[in-house]
Design a protein around this ligand. Structure first.
Ligand SMILES: [Zn+2]
Length: 697
């Protein structure tokens, strides 16, 4: 049997051979691809001709194509369709990949050639994307230790390798700790308050495990509605405590990993000459430095914190009038009372809306919106292989019929798929040897599955999630350019959420909702009154949720900016861990100390001993948002400011959409993001736009 990972797919548009890939293909494919990549790099480094942009910088951009192909498939499946075998392979290949990265980044002959081209940059007459590619290539090397002396280079390599393994371990612990818990109910009385769709899904989950009754777990479609609707406070508390103590102590404890990961990052940053990890990371962002980030968080927090406390106080007072016996609003009671208050005051619950948001209608409507704004069409392909029967694939075509991308969509939860929702690429846009390879884009979500009696019906939040991930997907699918590292969503981390968060706005526009929202059983269009209340309810508890996001941002900075109080001074050693002498309970205390120091001044709900955010905070520990969680808010400011232009000129205005496509979506990271934004909007982004949108000021 030939290994399908070892050559480009011959299927239309280069669609991956998901039908042929077997677990035993991965490791040999990685080994062969790494060997091929090294040979290509060697050829560039040993080229006897003088270094030029084409024979060095551009050649390096396109080196390792086979490895990009294998990695682009493997790491996406590791998130979406994983099992113990995949995790095992990931652990085995992780050191090989780190070694490959270092083979390039510590290659002195290669860097000497890039350096030589970089020195001539003013006289080379490069196009803007070429200039950016040259600068980024040079900086990549410098930021990966190319300017270090021999001993420091060895230290750097060891730190990076340890960090990679720890991040993998952290992610696996969160997945295992999430999967290990379930709440099994056999007494129907204990389902009090839960709507029918929640009961049905739980009954199905129980049946799939060979159980009678109802089974709830910590995946979002199970956990979130349970907290919102269960009338049994003691069961809500049980679920909440399990969710918020994931990977804190026990067999999947992440306390030590939190300390070690952030300690390693700080040491890497300092080795490279930065004050801390945040300084190192922010150099590559639109924000550029900590001052700008603190300013953003402070400017948003100042009016939002008192507003959030007012919201909770009002909710508590109302709950107490309705039989709530606690003196303060407890965290497992907040979602329940918040939902009850919302249902009464806005007469609007997820249950009322869901019948109007059949998944199939929502998908068609989101595609239709892209057609209306950008002229693109989606044609389903049932002949191309997928990695799970739930996955669908579409050929995306421009207004003139030109193929833009393949778009994969994977909507439903299952074991081995991580929770949450994301967009990714199996393959980036590239022009290799004059041949354009269009992107292979995917979105993955965890929406409520169809049951025997009902199709998949989305909550309004899930519709918003679909719009969000689709916004990222547009950034990938509408990409233009030639260098994969500068196209699509390969932009500054604090800019990447602009297209996604912008798309969410349409989910609150009656003129769009009325184009598709109809009752899945009766076909009756969504009533105007319901849409009006949906829009009115949009900013319900907006200050609370803003503070929640700002707190995550502050916690991230507490881990990654400055030196923590509980942290031993860096003595320059690397082989043994600074924390190896800590007992397990001390490690947990250290993690909880970091949290309480970071968050004490901005608490809105009481702190519950035994709960912890950091031990299951994927984004900042193994998800690429380290020293970057603030960027959600940064992008919300961009988005609020940007959407105001659509408001001004019409939400389906083709000219505004064309400008957004031209200046933002098609450009990727080929130019400075601040410049791209100004070209679209005509001015600098302003935090007041977000505070106004949320009606906090
Ligand atoms: Zn996003």
């Amino acid at each position: 049997m030939e290994n399908p990972l070892l050559q480009p797919s011959a299927l239309p548009f280069g669609a991956p051979r998901f039908d042929l890939i077997r677990p035993e293909h991965w490791k040999p494919a990685f080994e062969a691809a790494i060997a091929a990549g090294k040979a290509e790099v060697d050829a560039i480094a040993a080229n006897p001709a003088p270094a030029t942009f084409a024979n060095t910088v551009e050649a390096l951009e396109f080196a390792g194509a086979a490895l990009d192909r294998v990695s682009g498939l493997f790491f996406n499946l590791l998130e979406a369709e994983s099992d113990d075998a995949m995790q095992q392979i990931a652990e085995e290949i992780s050191p090989l990949l780190t070694e490959y990265d270092l083979y390039i980044s510590l290659n002195e002959a290669l860097f000497a050639r890039i350096h030589a081209v970089y020195e001539q940059r003013e006289t080379l007459e490069l196009a803007p994307d070429q200039r950016k590619l040259l600068e980024e290539s040079y900086k990549d090397f410098a930021r990966s230790g190319a300017l270090l002396g021999p001993a420091d280079k060895k230290t750097y390599a060891a730190l990076e390798e340890e960090l990679d393994l720890l991040q993998l371990k952290y992610g696996k612990n969160v997945l295992d700790a999430t999967n290990v818990f379930s709440l099994e109910i056999t007494d129907e009385a204990e389902l009090e308050g839960l709507p029918q769709y929640v009961r049905d899904a739980a009954a199905q989950a129980a049946r799939e495990k060979g159980l009678s009754g109802w089974r709830f777990d910590l995946s979002h479609p199970s956990y979130v509605p349970f907290l919102q609707f269960s009338a049994r406070a003691e069961l809500r508390e049980k679920m909440w405590r399990a969710f918020n103590a994931r990977a804190l102590g026990g067999p999947h404890d992440n306390s030590e990993n939190c300390l070690k990961i952030t300690d390693l990052r700080r040491r890497i940053a300092q080795l490279l000459g930065y004050a801390d990890w945040a300084a190192y990371e922010l150099e590559e962002r639109m924000a550029k430095n900590m001052g700008a980030v603190r300013k953003l968080l402070d400017e948003l927090m100042a009016p939002s914190l008192p507003a959030a406390r007012r919201e909770v106080a009002e909710l508590l007072a109302w709950a107490r009038e309705h039989g709530y016996a606690q003196e303060q609003m407890l965290p497992w009671d907040f979602p329940y009372w918040s939902e009850r208050y919302r249902a009464e005051h806005y007469a609007l619950s997820d249950e009322q809306l869901k019948p109007y948001f059949r998944l199939e209608d929502c998908i068609a409507a989101v595609f239709g919106l892209a057609t209306r704004l950008y002229g693109v069409q989606f044609v389903e392909r049932t002949d191309l292989p997928v990695y799970h029967p739930d996955v669908r694939v579409y050929d995306v075509q421009d207004a003139d019929g030109r193929h833009l991308a393949l778009f994969y969509a994977d909507f439903f939860p299952r074991p081995g798929k991580r929770s949450g929702a994301w967009m990714t690429n199996f393959r980036e846009l590239a022009v290799r040897g004059g041949v354009e390879e269009r992107p292979l884009v995917s979105i993955v979500t965890n929406f409520t599955k169809p049951t025997a009696d009902a199709p998949s019906l989305l909550t309004h939040d899930e519709l918003t999630t679909l719009l969000h991930e689709f916004g990222h997907a547009l950034h990938g699918m509408l990409a233009e350019g030639r260098y994969p590292s500068l196209t699509g969503t390969n932009v500054a981390r604090d800019f990447v959420e602009l297209p996604s968060q912008l798309m969410e706005n349409w989910g609150f526009e009656p003129a769009w909702l009325h184009t598709f929202a109809q009752h899945w059983q009766t076909g009756e269009p969504i009533p105007d009154a319901l849409v009006e209340r949906l829009v009115a309810a949009r900013n319900y508890h907006a200050a609370y949720f803003q503070v929640r996001q700002l707190r995550f941002g502050l916690l991230d900075l507490a881990w990654h900016a400055g030196v923590r109080r509980s942290e031993p001074a860096n003595d320059g050693t690397i082989a043994d861990s600074d924390h190896s002498s800590f007992a397990g309970s001390d490690r947990r205390t250290s993690v909880l100390d970091v949290e309480s120091q970071a968050l004490a001044d901005c608490a809105v709900l009481p702190d519950i001993p035994g709960s912890c955010i950091s031990t299951s905070f994927h984004h900042i520990f193994d998800g690429g948002y380290s020293a970057g969680y603030y960027s959600y808010k940064w992008a919300e400011v961009l988005e609020a400011d940007a959407f105001s232009l659509f408001r001004e000129r019409g939400i389906f205005d083709r000219a505004t959409a064309a400008s957004f496509r031209e200046n933002i979506l098609s450009k990727g990271g080929s130019e400075d993001e601040a410049l791209l934004y100004r070209r679209f909007r005509g001015h600098e982004p302003d935090p007041q736009a977000l505070l106004k949108k949320l009606e906090i000021i």
